[in-house]
Design a binder for this molecule. Sequence first.
Ligand code: ADP
Ligand code: MG
Length: 362
Amino acid sequence: MAHTVEVRHVTKMFGSETVAVDDVSFGIGKGEFFSLLGPSGCGKTTLLRMIAGLEMPTSGHILLNDKDITDVPPYKRDVNMVFQNYALFPHMTVYNNIAYGLKMKRTPKAKIAEAVQDAVSTVKLDGLEHRRITQLSGGQQQRVALARALVNHPSVLLLDEPLGALDQKLREQMQIELVDLQEQVKITFIFVTHDQREALTISDRIAVMNRGKVEQIGTPKEIYEFPATRFVADFIGTSNFIAGTYRSSENGLKRIVSPGADIWVKSDLALSPGEAVTVVIRPEKFIISEERPEHAANILQGKIEDIMYVGTDTRYFVRVSSNDTRLQVFAQNFQHTAKQKFTWYDDVFISWDPESTSLIKE
Ligand SMILES: Nc1ncnc2c1ncn2[C@@H]1O[C@H](COP(=O)(O)OP(=O)(O)O)[C@@H](O)[C@H]1O
Ligand SMILES: [Mg+2]
């Protein structure tokens, strides 16, 4: 696959102590919506700034359209960045903010007008060209920042938490608009966020970062359904962990021995018998029942310790008798089960499918 951006063994040190980015490698395809996701301080901004040329890697290489650009200054790179705080000129008009870069490059006036108009309609700011930035809402300022980055038609748009300052409703609306916008302009997007829901919603692929390293790269579905590490399983959504030992493979399933029950898992993870593993199950994959299910491959018995009603679903916290782990079960509140089925201290069974399970080594 041809890559628009390739990051090869990139490391960034600040001083001799801080390893902000630690030997990171990945390739991003043309027109991909790629997200860097991770907690504050994990190195997302630093990585983005190195792709923009605003920081130099301590070691490693960055390629753009198959050319090594590690030593190319930022203004000669075919990339543009949307900053976290927008970095707009507050006293200038929308038009002049968007036109700024083109004016600096001494682009002919008529060309500038055309390009700005084009960018303005792409981000749906028509009619606001002559407003000052201070007269705009947060959402409108965000659009100006986008238009200013898009006006040069770069190969790659770098977005550093661009929706971070918006309230939740507007943020969700802008997420949808960003996806539409990206499909329209067909530019490769590298989007930084610490919000796992946001990353799952908008990305073609996600790189999950932790302490300067990439823990997993995959589609939202791969990352959510099959987290490769405990960090990913914990950081994205909610996960249940059950410790066990790999015993054998039978009929395409792996048998994991854990106190009180064998657990069957469909997984390609290479394991040798006797190896310690952790079984990861998402809370909504569990079925909770009063009676012991007849045909389930995996069944645990437990007692309800806590119940949380959260509108769309009800969350049950179940203490498993055999291994003393506390599991979370999310049960969707369908119309016909709007009346809560279980109550505190009920004895229940929890069952789930071998395919709705992921395995990690520790
Ligand atoms: N200019 C800098 N000088 C020293 N340390 C820095 C600098 N920029 C970032 N860092 C450190 O590098 C690490 C990664 O920071 P950053 O890339 O901003 O993370 P994120 O964007 O994921 O929150 C942090 O420990 C941060 O304190
Ligand atoms: Mg940051």
